[in-house]
Design a protein around this ligand. Structure first.
Ligand code: ZN
Length: 479
């Protein structure tokens, strides 16, 4: 009985003490008499802490790169040594220029080499449209369309070129088939064949490029039940995160050159694939400035391909050396433009420098008078939406597959880089050219992205591209 009594008294005393202590410790309403809407101090301090760029500490394991490892295991065979040019003969000088043709015959020493004087132009066999060539080394004959889309085609070249031009301008496959009154499957077949040739064309011209900066982005390809503009990007990202149809692009802002375009899911593996393709296209010592959106997989992919092992310095005087770390190359600059969208409205744009320093990034961009942005690649995405039917709008069954979309993008890439002059790239003519009639004199020289990037010296027509015989290896003047 006594024990209980003492226990209750103790409990009451304890509660009283707790109440008194709480009264002093708790910020009372009376003490903060001025009403404050919200305490901004802890919020901002928290935000700055999360925004402060932490120096990258490096990885202890080299990031996995399946593509590169597969290639180092099976390196592509180096091109053969070109033979000596053929000695000139006593025959009359050749009138037909054969410098853009090569002998296609396997086993011929002159196979795949331009302008070595081994070719002689003949007439057009059985009244056909194409000239025949004769190789004086292997005594073989071939047509000038050998290895191009037009080889062995019954349809007129003009028709094929016009059909592909229509596709390149953004008309769908079925619509193009209706315009030219050909079967839709024929159009699809020509597209597939052209894409194969255009892939080789791009690979031949886009190699060993030196670039100062690159912008990368990915845009969703509209699937059957999703119309462009009907849903916002955020919603589309949620719906299509696992869907395989994202168009990945990498472009050089100053020249507008579309360097890489690919289709796939929005995953790290795909980011790795895009950056891997970029490495193949760039010159070995070229490390440009990269600007992307906030997708974190780019950072990993860039670190994988533009990184090396570094030995960190010892923190204390004694002890074993710390483990080597996989670090970004000192020359690597990478910035992100992170956009926050709420209710389909852009509410905030943040710039984040991931690799390198802000000063170095700004220095590269200041040469063009720019700040950190992804505006150029976003403008290019708009072009893709307009010119690639499968991306821009509702798609019919013919071009729904990823392969078909890739073929159309292949066509877009060459058309954009080599055929279409870009308004912002035009160069002023030193001497205005007089035009026919009473029109004003021409003062601008139109220019394509490939010309601005120094890959070619003229505007190509689509026919010229399709009839170009892509050699199997780089030629001496280009290597
Ligand atoms: Zn030959």
């Amino acid at each position: 009985m006594m024990l209980h009594h003492v226990y209750y008294q103790l409990a009451i005393l304890g509660l009283l003490w707790l109440w008194v202590m709480l009264h002093y410790a708790w910020p009372s309403r009376g003490a903060t008499s001025q009403p404050r809407p919200a305490d901004p101090v802890p919020l901002t301090s928290k935000r700055t802490r999360s925004n402060e760029p932490k120096p990258f500490e490096g990885l202890t394991h080299k990031p996995h790169r399946a593509l590169c490892e597969r290639e180092t295991a099976h390196p592509p065979a180096p091109p053969p040594v070109p033979p000596d040019p053929m000695p000139p003969t006593n025959r009359r000088p050749r009138e037909i220029d054969t410098s853009l043709h090569f002998c296609p015959h396997a086993g011929c020493a002159y196979r795949g080499w331009f302008g070595l004087g081994n070719l002689r132009a003949n007439g057009r066999p059985s009244g056909g449209p194409w000239r025949q060539f004769h190789c004086t080394s292997c005594q073989g004959y071939f047509l000038e369309t050998h290895g191009t889309l037009c080889h062995g085609k019954q349809a007129a070249v003009e028709l094929i070129v016009h059909v592909l031009a229509c596709l390149a301008e953004g008309l769908g496959i079925r619509a193009t088939a209706r315009v030219f009154e050909v079967d839709a499957n024929t159009v699809l077949h020509w597209l597939v064949e052209a894409a194969e040739q255009l892939r080789a064309f791009s690979a031949y011209f886009l190699c060993h490029i030196h670039l100062e900066q690159l912008q990368l982005d990915e845009l969703y390809a509209v699937l059957r039940d999703l119309k462009a503009g009907a849903i916002g990007d955020e919603e589309a990202i949620q719906r299509l995160e696992r869907a395989p149809s994202w168009v990945w692009t990498a472009m050089d802002p100053p020249s507008k050159l579309l360097v890489v375009v690919d289709v796939g899911s929005r995953t790290l593996a795909m980011a790795q694939r895009v950056v891997h393709q970029l490495v193949q296209v760039l010159a070995p010592d070229c490390v440009p400035l990269f600007v992307t959106d906030g997708l974190k997989d780019y950072g990993t992919a860039l670190l994988t391909h533009f990184g090396s092992w570094m030995q960190p310095e010892r923190r204390q005087g004694k002890g074993p050396l710390p483990k080597p770390r996989w670090m970004p190359l000192p020359a690597l600059l990478y910035a992100q433009v992170v956009k926050t969208v709420r209710w389909r409205r852009l509410v905030r744009v943040q710039h984040r420098v991931v690799f390198g320093t802000l000063e170095a990034v700004q220095q590269v961009l200041a040469a063009c008078g720019w700040t950190i942005n992804t505006a150029f690649v976003e403008r290019l995405n708009l072009d893709i939406r307009q010119r690639v039917a499968a991306v821009g709008r509702r798609v019919n069954t013919l071009c729904r597959g990823e392969e078909s979309l890739r073929d159309q993008l292949e066509l877009f890439q060459v058309y954009h880089n080599f055929v279409l002059p870009h308004a912002s790239l035009r160069q002023p003519l030193l001497v205005p050219e007089v035009t026919n009639g009473r029109g004003s004199a021409k003062v601008w020289r139109p220019c394509t992205p490939a010309m601005a990037a120094g890959l070619t010296d003229h505007i190509w027509s689509l026919k010229e591209v399709l009839l170009y015989r892509v050699p199997p290896w780089p030629q001496p003047h280009r290597a």
